[in-house]
Design a protein around this ligand. Structure first.
Ligand SMILES: [Fe+2]
Length: 197
């Protein structure tokens, strides 16, 4: 990691993530009718409109931050294979956010594979691009994988965020920008740093 990124702390991380949304949120979300920034903002906005918890709102907002991990210096030219964006994102988030939020990021791809195995009606929600990536990601989970996944104490929250992931792909939705959510993001960072103080 470069030194500037290493120097990020609880007082600077929220603005830093905001600058990523501002500078790079307009990038294409491959195969979807929304940009990366719109996708994450839509999930967070839908969660807020549904009255879901602040940790779910923040998790939806940040779940795909791994698409921007070059910003955090975790990508290097020495990488010999693709880094899974969910792991790369969780690696960044775990320094600053409660485990439940990190887990929603780390397991959002696994959650798709889990829901395809356990809730047949879920598959209908998937976009074409998401079905395509599902196949690359290993398809629906096996019964053993399902049993192991259900041991995660944050299962319910992880699934809630996965549904928001599917929901946040609307070509025509108005959302507030990142800065509307920034105070919530800060509260989650503060909560984490208190626990780890
Ligand atoms: Fe997503």
């Amino acid at each position: 990691m470069n030194p500037e990124i290493n120097a990020l702390n609880r007082d600077t991380i929220v603005d830093f993530i905001g600058s990523i949304f501002d500078r790079r949120g307009g990038e294409e979300y491959l195969g979807e009718p929304v940009t990366m920034g719109e996708h994450m903002l839509q999930g967070a906005t839908i969660a807020e409109q549904n009255g879901q918890s602040e940790e779910i709102i923040v998790a939806a907002l940040l779940h795909d931050i791994g698409h921007f991990t070059s910003e955090f210096g975790t990508f290097t030219m020495g990488d010999t294979e693709d880094r899974h964006h969910e792991d790369a994102g969780a690696e960044v988030l775990e320094r600053f956010f409660p485990k439940v939020i990190t887990d929603c990021c780390r397991y959002h791809v696994a959650a798709k594979r889990y829901l395809c195995a356990t809730r047949p009606e879920y598959f209908k929600r998937l976009s074409e691009a998401s079905i395509h990536s599902l196949n690359l990601q290993g398809g629906a989970m096996s019964p053993d994988e399902v049993a192991a996944f259900e041991k995660n104490p944050n299962l319910e929250t992880i699934i809630a965020v996965r549904y928001l992931d599917e929901a946040g792909k609307r070509p025509d939705m108005e959302t507030p920008d990142y800065w509307h959510f920034a105070p919530m993001v800060q509260r989650q960072v503060d909560r984490h740093s208190k626990v780890n103080a």
